[in-house]
Unconditional design. Sequence first.
Length: 256
Amino acid sequence: MKLRRLIDGIVNSLPHACMYRIVLTLFLIAAVGTGTGWADPLVIARAENVPDHDVGERILSGIYVRAGIRVRFVALPSVRALVESNAGRMDGELQRIYSLTSKYKNLRRILTPFFYSEIVAFTRDDFVRQGGSLLDQPVAYGVVRGMLQEKKLVENVGTLIEVVHTKQLLRMLSVARIKIGVLSHINGLAQVRMLHFDHIMVQQPPLNRQPLYHYLHKKNEALVSRIDTVIKEMLSDGSLETLQHEAITQVMARYD
């Protein structure tokens, strides 16, 4: 309606010689819009150098294609990505756990999760479980500093060693300085393949599985229900599961 009133005002106030060109220009501007209210793509923050987020980016790209909305992604350090999204300098955050909005109050959660995170135990292939659960072993556990969900699982069992990055953890596991490394399944397996550590394996079942949600800054709140509807449709028709499988396969193939 605003665009129509704008056009009517121009038509009523300008000579016929230029009316056609102006109205045509306004029409073309409207035509190239994405349905979000502007022609520029949404800019979504994601964590850099994280295979999980490589997978999530591919999945979310497919969701936005289905929604008819242009989007691009910017890779940043994990905490900075959240800060930038919460401040509104980004339009949203790729994927995070459910409780994110308790701290980052300017972000709006898309109600339906579109992906998941599995936390698993990595061990050497000569590891012998000493009865009970993998979370109840009298051994040294390793986690990457800042990975709060992983740390929460094992902070009260065995001996906990925190390291700076995943490669460091896996190298310590490789030489038995720790016995169990607790990592995201996708992130850990990608690094195992990259390092050619064939003697390191994933223990099943996963220690934890959490749904992951897409978040938009409150300035884009009008899009929340639209994206949620698309995710629900893709869940219902099976296309989301297909997209997840294809994204995981494509990302992991880079580490073969």
